[in-house]
Design a binder for this molecule. Structure first.
Ligand code: UDX
Ligand code: UDX
Length: 457
């Protein structure tokens, strides 16, 4: 069968995999190939058990894989045979040299650009899907324009999906943003990409801008979202010192239509591969341009996030008579949010490590993230076990720390759990999802986030 468009994506991760699966699902007339340097990951995409857990993903991959969606390690062939190339390789925070701990590590992007240059035999549209600091496209263009035989048009098309709701977000995005150059070929490439999305996204939601605005918009969107969480978490600390209740405050504040009610849940802090990395990027960029006040402002969002996690540990310590040594603590949830197995930058990692430093014994349970949790905790000293069943995980524990807002935790039989635990038994609800009054009535000492504790002392 002859396909209308041949599309390649380099990088079969949390973004590349689901995004391409959605395009394949919505556009049977296009042939989509996803390549990756990681052959294990590609084998998993081609197997029954996909490398990432995302509600609804299995179904759309099953419907398209082998028909118009293909996963492969043949990067060279992929580049040669496709004329629209999405790049979705990771851009972690640099761990070495200038900008270490702040700037984006662009080595994978640059390596990929050089591969595109090396293997291309015809002109291509190259689309930045990875989140990149402003002006990266220009650097890439400088690399890709190093040839006269073929022409590359670079577009920025950031992905705004959130993990756990990726399929819903891809199917019904708030907006699709395409940044391009304002030249004839730039505008033509922009229309080619818009046509792909227009297969299922209303045209009015497909917006355009220049490349740098597009790159910056992605980082700023994440910074704004993270800022809301740090704002509400900062107020949760104040609530704990007073008689205010953070849930009541966020409800009242969020009903102002100018503010809006989403992303106002107090928590143990945000995790995930994006928020911290992107804010640090923004901070680095501002410092680079001498905007130190602006940099400090955004950096405080990350500082409050760290403070919230430290506070959670200190609250546990105080509540449990200032010693955790040899106490058994069960962590309900390890993923950075519900409905994903992803643990990148999960506050649970920091909390688990700190509890071990206090010489507590920890039991980790999570419905989808235990494989990643084992990898995160590998080599860390201390008593750690991993138990799938939350009832068994909590047995003989002195406390439960609820770290991920999995729906299943709301509906557990807490009487049954209480009966098997060491006494006094405590619950630290880092997500405020439990029925605190009911848990208290059962006998637990309950420590919510941003509201007065309910204790039997
Ligand atoms: C994405 C974006 O690309 C990143 O910029 C954004 O900030 C977060 O989301 P994500 O899909 O979550 O990254 O990353 P990851 O799951 O690590 O996937 C990246 C994939 O690219 C990996 O499978 C990796 O093996 C692959 N890769 C990396 C290549 O194929 N080639 C490389 O040179 C480097
Ligand atoms: C985020 C952005 O939402 C998405 O648009 C972007 O493309 C990638 O980064 P993601 O990190 O997958 O997505 O998840 P998100 O739902 O934004 O949650 C991030 C973190 O914030 C999680 O740890 C979550 O638990 C936390 N959070 C979220 C809160 O603590 N409180 C809230 O009210 C909302």
């Amino acid at each position: 069968m002859k396909f209308e468009k041949n599309i390649l994506c380099i990088g079969a991760g949390y973004v590349g995999g689901p995004t391409m699966a959605m395009i394949a699902y919505k556009c049977p007339r296009y042939r989509i190939t996803v390549v990756d340097i990681n052959s294990t990951r590609i084998a998993e995409w081609n197997s029954e058990e996909l490398p990432i857990y995302e509600p609804g993903l299995d179904e759309i991959v099953r419907a398209t894989s082998g028909k118009n969606l293909f996963f492969s390690t043949d990067i060279e062939g992929g580049i040669r045979d496709n004329d629209i190339i999405f790049v979705s390789v990771n851009t972690p925070t640099k761990t070495f040299g200038a900008g270490a701990g702040m700037a984006a590590d662009l080595q994978y992007w640059e390596k990929t650009a050089r591969q595109i240059l090396q293997y291309s035999k015809s002109s291509k549209i190259v689309i930045e899907k990875s989140t990149l600091p402003v002006k990266t496209a220009q650097a890439m263009e400088n690399i890709l324009r190093n040839t006269h035989s073929v022409y590359f048009e670079i577009l920025s098309n950031p992905e705004f999906l959130a993990e756990g709701s990726a399929i819903r977000d891809l199917e019904n995005p708030d907006r699709i943003l395409i940044g391009s150059q304002d030249t004839e070929s730039g505008l033509k490439a922009r229309e080619t990409l818009a046509e792909i999305y227009a297969n299922w996204v209303p045209r009015e939601k497909i917006i355009t801008s220049n490349i740098w605005s597009s790159e910056l918009s992605k980082i700023v969107s994440n910074a704004f979202l993270a800022q809301r969480i740090s704002s509400i978490n900062a107020i949760s600390a104040l609530c704990e010192k007073t008689d205010a209740d953070i849930t009541e405050v966020s409800r009242a504040v969020g009903m102002d239509s100018r503010i809006g009610s989403k992303f106002l849940n107090a928590s143990i802090g945000f995790g995930g591969s994006c928020f911290k990395k992107d804010i640090l990027n923004l901070v680095y960029l501002c410092r680079h341009y001498g905007l130190n006040e602006v940099a400090d402002y955004w950096e405080s969002v990350v500082k409050i996030n760290q403070y919230q996690q430290v506070r959670f540990i200190l609250n546990m310590l105080t509540a449990m008579f200032n010693t955790l040594t040899d106490k058994k603590i069960c962590l309900f949830g390890f993923a950075f949010k519900a409905n994903t197995g992803d643990t990148r930058e999960s506050p649970a990692i920091f909390i688990a490590r700190r509890l071990l430093e206090e010489k507590a014994e920890i039991v980790i349970t999570d419905p989808k993230a235990l494989r990643n949790a084992r990898a995160d905790m590998a080599g860390v000293n201390g008593k750690i076990s991993f138990v799938e069943d939350p009832y068994m995980a909590a047995e003989e524990c002195h406390a439960i720390a609820l770290l991920t807002e999995w729906e299943i935790y709301r509906n557990l039989d807490f009487q049954k759990i209480y009966d098997t635990m060491a006494k006094p038994a405590s619950i630290f609800d880092g997500r405020n999802i439990l029925d605190h009054k009911r848990c208290f009535d059962i006998g637990f000492n309950v420590y919510p986030t941003g509201k007065p504790p309910l204790t039997h002392f």
